[in-house]
Design a protein around this ligand. Structure first.
Ligand code: PEP
Length: 256
């Protein structure tokens, strides 16, 4: 049984007080959803403030990106060791905004994934196709290529701790959500690919999140799919009520 992971990607939103308030609001109500794991990924500059606001509550802390380098002359970068040092447990890697706005390649994501695992961080590795790739019938090929490239050299032992997020680019921040059937088809393919690359037993342990306009009113149907093990949420993660309503949908599935 895979515990659903409900993760909020706050992107470049909030200010210091807003981040602390949002994290505090989620932390104070985390007990309402004991069957899911909650994770918040604030802007890096607010990680410490958010960690303090979370306190002892059962809410994980993650970064939205990191360097693949451990230290040195890399102005503006943050290493995996720095993230663990301030109490982060997770890091989102290869988000579509990193890939498409900042030109991150599968090779970059792969180096970061290795660096994150070496430092003891759980990487949330994102993959997803563009609308034109879906319309050209290339979704499976694109996702498979991204997974192979991003996870090259990751061992069977390591893969069980990795989280994968399927985020169709055309559904991120657009309000256009993949249908539960469209999402499940890709998730099932991803799990099949993991079984082929590693083995069926290991593939069953890997959590595969869906991301792309997840909201309280579509969460039930998405999270109810057999291979969808949680959500990576942008816009709706900035509101305590919406984030927890999505988590409640995950908890209901976990209890069923
Ligand atoms: C995201 O940023 O990962 C995301 C899925 O955003 P949204 O939920 O706003 O589509």
């Amino acid at each position: 049984m895979r515990t659903p992971l409900i993760a909020g990607n706050w992107k470049m939103n909030t200010d210091g007080n807003g981040a602390a308030e949002l994290a505090g609001g989620i932390a104070s109500r985390a007990g309402e959803v004991p069957d899911v794991e909650l994770l918040v990924c604030p802007p890096a500059i607010y990680l410490t403030r958010v960690r303090n606001a979370i306190g002892d509550a059962s809410v994980g802390l993650g970064a939205q990106n990191m360097s693949c380098q451990p230290s040195g002359a890399f102005t503006g970068e943050i290493s995996a060791g720095m993230l663990t040092d301030i109490g982060a447990q997770y890091v989102i890697l290869g988000h579509s905004e990193r890939r498409h706005i900042f030109g991150e390649s599968d090779e970059n994501v792969n180096k970061k994934t290795h660096a994150a695992l070496a430092a003891g961080l759980v990487p949330v590795v994102c993959v997803g196709e563009l609308l034109e790739e879906r319309e050209a019938g290339r979704t499976a090929e694109v996702i498979s290529g991204q997974i192979k490239g991003s996870l090259a050299g990751i061992t069977a032992e390591q893969i069980s701790t990795v989280v994968i997020a399927y985020e169709p680019v055309w559904a991120i921040g657009t309000g256009k959500v993949a249908t539960p059937e469209q999402a499940e088809e890709v998730h099932a393919d991803l799990r099949k690919q993991l079984a082929e690359c590693y083995n069926a037993e290991v593939a069953e342990t890997v959590r595969i999140l869906y991301g792309g306009s997840v909201k309280p009113d579509n969460a039930n149907d998405l999270l109810g799919q057999p291979n969808i093990d949680g959500a990576l949420i942008g816009g709706a993660s900035l509101k305590v009520d919406d984030f927890l309503a999505i988590a409640a949908a995950g908890a209901a599935v976990a209890q069923a």
